[in-house]
Design a protein around this ligand. Structure first.
Ligand code: ZN
Length: 249
């Protein structure tokens, strides 16, 4: 198949052999791409000694075919290294976690230009922020919206009635959102949601600055939802939960 050009962010890499890497990329026009970068680990390769996660490059690749499950990466020309991400532990891991989620929740060769742009913007903004958790919340909400798992916070996901303004309110990942007090007794998979957490999730853009505890609580809820949707808790999520507590509590 003919070679294709795109702009792509590297979500992750693994060693394939002494000289080669398998890279997971997110292309602006082609979505997730898993590709073999032959010879990329050689210092004098055309990939400059290896492709680093969370960098963006102009790529040329030959897509996977019936004979090959991986695409073949022909060129990765570094455009932006987002070097500032690597100055802070929580920032770097927030960005890595966002990239992991982007890879898990999208299909290969399924384009999401808006998601690419949102992720690029986040990586750029992460470099200059001292509040990486807030950016992670924003990215997760954007990701859920873009992949059709957007959450309606104002209405009950079971009966569609408007949620009451007060009282003990619950969120259920299996139902896909909030559940009103009438529907709640019949739902077993649910989590109590603090009014302040719900307030943030309903209008995250209106919150100018989150308290650290709120960042942890909001991410706890979102991680519960992501874990249920994935059907397992990935190691990076466990690590992220621990790191958030260490750094923000
Ligand atoms: Zn209901």
């Amino acid at each position: 198949m003919a070679a294709i050009k795109d702009q792509a962010i590297c979500l992750g890499t693994r060693k394939y052999s002494e000289s080669s890497q398998v890279v997971t990329l997110f292309g602006r026009e082609h979505g997730k791409i898993k590709a073999l970068a032959k010879g990329s680990r050689r210092p004098k390769s055309r990939f400059g000694g290896g492709i680093e996660p969370l960098t963006c490059g102009s790529i040329i690749f030959s897509p996977a075919s019936a004979d090959a499950s991986l695409s073949a990466l022909i060129e990765f020309d570094l455009v932006e290294s987002f070097a500032g991400l690597r100055n802070d532990l929580l920032t770097l891991h927030s960005a890595q976690y966002a990239g992991y989620l982007l890879g898990e929740f999208t299909e290969e060769m399924d384009p999401h230009e808006d998601l690419f742009d949102s992720f690029y913007e986040c990586l750029d903004n992460w470099q200059g922020t001292d509040r990486p958790g807030e950016m992670l919340i924003w990215f997760i909400l954007t990701l859920l919206d873009q992949i059709g798992l957007g959450i309606q916070w104002q209405r009950c996901s079971a009966c569609s009635r408007e949620m009451p303004g007060r009282g003990r309110l619950y969120f259920s990942s299996s139902v896909g959102g909030m559940i009103c007090p009438d529907c709640e007794p019949a739902v077993t998979d649910k989590k109590f949601i603090e009014p302040t957490v719900l307030g943030i999730l309903r209008e995250p853009d209106r919150v100018s600055s989150f308290q650290n505890r709120q960042v942890v609580d909001v991410l706890d809820l979102l991680n519960y939802h992501l874990r249920e949707q994935l059907g397992r808790e990935p190691k990076i999520m466990t690590f992220m939960n621990q790191l958030l507590r260490q750094q923000l509590r």
